[in-house]
Write a protein that binds this ligand. Structure first.
Ligand SMILES: [Cu+2]
Length: 155
């Protein structure tokens, strides 16, 4: 069993060399799953996007900005209980440490889309920018979420 640590050293150093030769290989570290945009309430120009984000790489990252062809502006929002009320708060940067995942979900962290484009659009192309992990692009279908009885949604 004494040999095991040396084997690990070799494997890890090979992993380090290969991505740096491939150049853009690091982008694959960030994965987006189950993404969708909530169809806006008629007459409203903002809505929210939800998805699961995971960082399978070895680099800690921070999400710094988001943009889309579907929205004029996007902010990262979270919900917080303040004086017994659920309030949305913009957050500047969202940490995504190596090996972690984040749920952007209703009632929690989410992408807030402002000045959305109206018309016959079925999906939004969304780009997330990070500090050290490059850009992440994905396509999120726009879904109307029906039957949410008695839940006071403010977006
Ligand atoms: Cu929000």
């Amino acid at each position: 069993m004494k040999k095991l640590p040396m084997c690990l050293v070799i494997v890890f150093s090979a992993c380090w060399v290969m991505p740096s030769m491939a150049g853009h290989h690091k982008k694959d570290a960030i994965a987006v799953e189950m993404s969708y945009v909530r169809a806006p309430v008629p007459g409203h120009s903002m809505t929210a996007a939800f998805f699961k984000l995971s960082n399978g790489g070895e680099q800690d990252c921070q999400l710094t900005a988001a943009s889309s062809n579907y929205a004029g502006k996007i902010e990262f929002h979270t919900h917080q209980h303040i004086d017994g009320m659920m309030k949305m708060r913009p957050v500047d940067g969202v940490e995504l440490p190596a090996g972690s995942s984040l749920d952007f979900k209703s009632g929690g962290l989410h992408l807030m889309l402002f000045d959305i484009k109206h018309g016959d659009i079925s999906s939004a192309e969304i780009t997330l920018n990070t500090d050290k992990c490059g850009e992440v692009k994905f396509s999120a279908p726009i879904k109307s979420i029906k039957s949410q009885p008695a839940k006071a949604m403010h977006h």
